[in-house]
Design a protein around this ligand. Structure first.
Ligand code: FMN
Length: 262
């Protein structure tokens, strides 16, 4: 049996994980956001384990880093990774390789897919046409990656200075900084108190108070709340007022709702 652990806020990584799993066969998909945060993660019962995540600040989201720290040392027969990004994967693979090494696990091979960037405070949304091209290329890359995993291919990471030496420290600092950024979220009067933001927040950082979402300082900064809000009522500073929201077209809001209650 194969297993893929994934984290996704706007569906790019989830869509990639689904496509990958369908091609690989006999694969269970587990959402990292839905796992018990206190428990250990034992990989030993799966023949292959994929760790799928979006790149944040050239590195790994905090929730994925914490997940890796809970992996049982030395478990995992064949562990590989796939990241999705807006075109700049930075040091993500080096950081993952180092974190897995601390768990006595070798990263067999890593893949990356360029997808539409969901970081709307910094990137202009891509056109429909460009999106189609990115998805088509991602599908072709998945075919190649699945073939490599089926053959249990290993490929040492090509270390490229300065990303391999300095990149990880910078990226990890930047990601740690993101948790305080939730003080810049605010809500317009379009909010109809549906509470979807509270249900999809991977860190249960959003609490509805008097019908309005409030953020509580332990944010992944995944932007899921802002991107999925059906009324586009959630804003980040003023910059998001002018941008269209994004989520992967094959993924629905229900797919992002947490299955466990914290
Ligand atoms: C906080 C944050 C930081 C990001 N940093 C990067 C980055 O450094 N490089 C990049 O190419 N894309 C970056 N992105 C874009 C995402 O990696 C990309 O859109 C990814 O496919 C989203 O996956 P998801 O839809 O599964 O959440 C960032 C997105 C967020 C929310």
């Amino acid at each position: 049996m194969n297993r893929i652990y994934y984290f996704s806020s706007t569906g790019n990584t989830l869509a990639a994980a689904r496509e990958f799993a369908a091609k690989l066969g006999d694969t269970e998909l587990l959402s990292i956001a839905d796992l018990d945060r206190a428990g250990e993660v034992d990989l030993s019962d799966a023949d292959t384990v994929g760790i799928f995540f979006p790149v944040y600040c050239f590195g790994l989201p905090g929730i994925v880093q914490k997940f890796i720290s809970r992996i049982v040392k030395g478990s995992g027969k064949y562990v590989y990774s796939l990241c999705t990004c807006g075109g700049m994967k930075g040091s993500a693979a080096y950081i993952l390789e180092a974190l897995l090494k601390e768990r006595d696990i070798k990263l067999a091979i890593s893949f990356s897919l360029t997808m539409p960037s969901n970081y709307i405070p910094r990137s202009i949304p891509v056109s429909e046409n460009r999106m189609e091209k990115l998805f088509a290329k991602a599908s072709r890359d998945i075919v190649y990656a699945v073939r490599a995993v089926k053959k249990r291919k290993t490929e040492a990471l090509l270390h490229v200075f300065p990303f391999d030496v300095f990149g990880d420290a910078v990226a990890q600092k930047a990601v740690a900084f993101l948790s305080n950024y939730d003080r810049y979220f605010w809500v317009t009067d379009k909010c109809d108190s549906c509470g979807l933001c509270e249900k999809i927040c991977p860190d249960s950082n959003i609490i509805m108070m008097n019908g309005i979402p409030t953020w509580h300082g332990h944010c992944e900064h995944c932007l899921g709340c802002l991107q999925w809000c059906p009324k586009e009522a959630i804003q980040f500073r003023k910059v998001t007022l002018k941008y269209k929201r994004y989520h992967h077209p094959a993924v629905k809001a229900e797919d992002m709702i947490l299955k466990i209650c914290r």
